[in-house]
Ligand binder design. Structure first.
Ligand code: AVJ
Length: 315
């Protein structure tokens, strides 16, 4: 783990346009900050998808063509706090659908918390949590022949480039059977006036979330980033549809990372890209799934037209 962390940080800081992988934003502090982000008034993403799960639960079940006579496995990639999923679980429970809920996450702690809250609130729902890498777990589930519905929510796909997203969805398909479903939640392309504040909130939580990455490198790799010498600067243009978060060096400076044994130079105004948050429309989703075994079977949109949940069917 630490070896990979070292390698990826070194690669990112050595490249001509510096980058740091967004997955490292989520340490314990980063997880806590992301929970706060989800409740921010400016961060519409979580609320928009929650509205779909609350107001259109029956629609979701119909779109997935679920049937009370056919057992299925409801598999969620990334456990989260389950707020949205619990809306669906409640409706499936009340409708006497036969299923197991299988959340997959790399964090055992996140899975344990989620299981406990579902056991408390929905004691009839069978939870079979699986800790590990998404694809390893899916591979282990593949020989089960049961109908599978995969949930990949929260526009988590947006952290990937379109090429990586396409490979990711292709690999999901390779671990499924014909007629299995992928329920994919993505944020839609919309104006700068709505997207920009979502990544630059007035309380500065997103700023803290982004800068926490440097803190983490300071602690885990014994670096000497001066946090106050970097600012959080997100960018988004509706014409392109990609929000990018940067940390920008406010002066010429050197940073040493003891665990790598190197010093890195930053010039005043130099940017480190820490995260992309892709926004989508039908055309982009279609081009992403073009070379995969999925097709769009249905889509559900929230009342503001901010967010879409696509039902992708494995052909
Ligand atoms: C969890 C990846 C969907 O990109 O909107 C929120 C992460 N970063 N604010 C997003 C995030 C800054 C979020 N995703």
């Amino acid at each position: 783990m630490i070896k990979e962390f070292i390698k990826e940080i070194d690669e990112g800081l050595n490249s001509d346009s510096k980058t740091l992988p967004s997955k490292y934003l989520y340490d314990k502090k980063g997880d806590e900050l992301f929970v706060q982000i989800m409740h921010l008034p400016e961060y519409y993403v979580t609320r928009a998808e929650l509205e779909i799960f609350k107001e259109q639960t029956e629609n979701i079940i119909n779109a997935l063509q679920l049937n009370t006579n056919t057992y299925f496995e409801l598999i969620e990639l990334g456990a989260g706090d389950g707020l949205k999923t619990k809306e669906l679980l409640r409706c499936l429970d009340q409708g006497n659908y036969k299923f197991d809920y299988i959340p997959i996450d790399i964090s055992q702690n996140a899975l344990d918390k989620l299981e406990k809250s579902i056991n408390d609130e929905l004691p009839n729902v069978s939870v079979k949590k699986k800790q590990g890498d998404y694809f390893q777990v899916l591979k282990s589930l593949k020989n089960s022949q049961h109908l599978k519905v995969i949930l990949f929510l929260g526009s988590n796909l947006g952290n990937m480039s379109d090429k990586i997203a396409s490979e990711f969805i292709y690999k999901l398909g390779a671990n499924l059977h014909s007629n299995d479903m992928l329920f994919l939640g993505v944020d839609l392309i919309k104006s700068e006036s709505i997207v920009c504040p979502a990544y630059n909130d007035s309380k500065g939580i997103t700023r803290e979330f982004n800068l926490n990455l440097l803190n983490r490198i300071n602690i885990e790799l014994e670096a000497d980033f001066k946090i106050s010498n970097f600012s959080h600067i997100p960018e988004y243009y509706e014409t392109e549809g990609i929000a990018r978060s940067y940390l920008v060096s406010s002066k010429d400076q050197k940073v040493s990372i003891a665990r790598i044994g190197k010093t890195y130079n930053f010039v005043k105004g130099e940017k480190i890209l820490t995260e992309i948050s892709r926004k989508y429309n039908d055309e982009i989703i279609n081009s992403i799934i073009e070379d995969t075994d999925f097709f769009i079977a249905k889509k559900i949109v929230d009342s503001n037209n901010y967010f879409t949940n696509y039902v992708l069917c494995r052909s």
